[in-house]
Design a protein around this ligand. Structure first.
Ligand SMILES: CCCCCCCCCC/C=C/CC(=O)SCCNC(=O)CCNC(=O)[C@H](O)C(C)(C)COP(=O)(O)OP(=O)(O)OC[C@H]1O[C@@H](n2cnc3c(N)ncnc32)[C@H](O)[C@@H]1OP(=O)(O)O
Length: 436
């Protein structure tokens, strides 16, 4: 909505009013002279008047109008800063790289200060780690004015965007393939694209960045010239499943917004496995937990080391099955065995998983790599179009059903993530009270 009167035109109006007043004043006091004096005298008066008027006009412009122009400019700047703030809030949602918990807490605090003012929430309990950290961050801003918080937020996001952009830039001449992923190693040779989960220090837990990178790698693999794609883990674990610190990264919109966005992300993530067009093979090199197990039901073959275990502790975590496992596991192993895994959280050995049809074949850990790669290289020599079409025939019959199951599982989980059962389980893990 535009302001009325518009301050931008104030100096002009003001000068014209001034001119009008001066003119009438001049006419009034000089009426007698205008009527009776000679033309020469009149001209001098007119010159005098013109000079005085111009001087006053300039003084008026400088003294009276300048502060008004300044005022208007300040107001415009403040309006721009509100717009910048909204842009910055949107920019944060689009950040591809995780800026780290410290920065996220800072962003949270500045957002709250900018939108709600000083922290007036009751202090959360000591065990409510996540909310306490957020409360502390907000509270330390004290009585910082909203406008300053808004400006600090905008500055922080802009420094963040430029540092993250520059760190993700690839040096000219370097091999893009090796630098394009932060959480994965992706190689392609002999007709096989290998995607390796690469956070061994965190047991290959899948953080938000890794979800995105796996989707990106799968999309690239579906279009590259390889005939088959392999997923495996670096280090002693295949994957410990969802990175539980994903729960600590709460955006300014709160935990509900986080749960909603996570459900969208999870649906898209699982959707990539449902739709993957080439043979997709898992090389389960070690223990697998949570979502890294459930999506195995969407692979075309699963080879496991005898060190591998398969664990879906959803009830322990206050969660429910995903990855279409509520459908695929029942089909693969029947309801009794699927319930044991998905509801009671029974951990299977590689041998048990193979007996129940989730795993194609188990190998001694000492010969696992060699034996599996021999098989994979032989598969990669088969006619790629025939393999693709055969997969399509098998998968197409199920695709619609799988997408519907995926959507339902995600919407149930969206609610579960907000439950006390889930929150307590996550806090317990993060405060290291329990390992599964
Ligand atoms: C508000 C809604 C937000 C939702 C966002 C989610 C979006 C998508 C969700 C999809 C749903 C998926 C469901 C699941 O995957 S459930 C399974 C989750 N995983 C777990 O519960 C495993 C937890 N980890 C463990 O129990 C143990 O770490 C372990 C795997 C049994 C290994 O134990 P071990 O003693 O050998 O090793 P450490 O515990 O010392 O681990 C070494 C370091 O790795 C870190 N780690 C391991 N696993 C995870 C994990 N899942 N998340 C985060 N971090 C993990 C561990 O903390 C150690 O790190 P440190 O050295 O820095 O302490």
């Amino acid at each position: 909505m535009s302001d009325f009167p518009d301050l931008r035109y104030f100096p002009i109006w003001s000068c014209f009013c001034n001119l009008f007043l001066k003119l009438t004043h001049y006419l009034k006091i000089n009426l007698f002279h205008i009527l009776w004096k000679r033309t020469f005298r009149l001209s001098v008066d007119t010159l005098n008047f013109s000079f005085v008027f111009c001087l006053e006009f300039v003084i008026h412009l400088q003294v009276v109008s300048f502060p008004v122009v300044q005022l208007h400019m300040n107001r415009t700047a403040m309006r721009a800063s509100q717009k910048d703030f909204e842009n910055a809030v949107n920019q944060v949602k689009l950040l591809k790289k995780d800026p780290g918990n410290e920065v996220k807490l800072k962003l949270y605090a500045l957002y709250k200060q900018a939108t709600e003012g000083p922290c007036d929430m009751p202090k959360p309990g000591v065990f409510d780690l996540i909310n306490k950290a957020k409360w502390d961050a907000w509270n330390t801003l004290g009585t910082l004015p909203k406008e300053t918080a808004r400006q600090n937020y905008v500055d922080l996001v802009s420094s963040l965007s430029s540092s993250l952009e520059s760190s993700s830039q690839v040096e000219p001449g370097t091999d893009r393939k090796s630098t394009a992923y932060e959480t994965l190693m992706v190689t392609s040779e002999d007709g096989i694209t290998k995607i390796t989960l690469n956070r061994p220090a965190k047991k290959n837990a899948i953080n938000i960045e890794m979800y995105h990178e796996i989707m990106r790698a799968l999309k690239a693999a579906s279009k590259d010239d390889s005939s088959i794609t392999v997923l495996t883990g670096n280090g002693d674990y295949y994957s410990s499943g969802n990175d539980l610190t994903n729960f600590t990264d709460i955006p300014p919109g709160g935990v509900e917004e986080k749960a909603k966005n996570s459900a969208i992300l999870l649906r898209e993530f699982v959707g990539c496995f449902i739709d993957f067009p080439k043979p997709l093979i898992a090389m389960v090199n070690g223990p697998a937990v949570g979502i890294s197990v459930t999506i195995l039901g969407l692979f075309d073959a699963v080879y496991a080391s005898d060190r591998a275990t398969f664990h879906t502790p959803f009830s322990h975590l206050g969660q429910s099955p995903e990855g279409c496992s509520s459908y695929t596991f029942l089909k693969i192993m029947g309801p009794a065995k699927a319930t044991e895994m998905l509801v009671f959280g029974k951990k299977l050995t590689a041998g048990e998983a193979c007996a129940q049809g989730l795993v194609t074949e188990v190998f001694p850990d000492s010969t696992f790599q060699k034996e599996v790669w021999t098989r994979l290289k032989a598969f990669a020599k088969l006619p790629p179009n025939a393999m693709r079409i055969s997969k399509e025939v098998i998968r197409n019959r199920e695709k619609e059903k799988l997408h519907a199951v995926n959507a339902e599982e995600c919407s149930v989980l969206q609610e579960r993530w907000l439950s006390d059962e889930c929150m307590n389980a996550v806090v317990n893990f993060l405060s290291r009270k329990s390992n599964l």
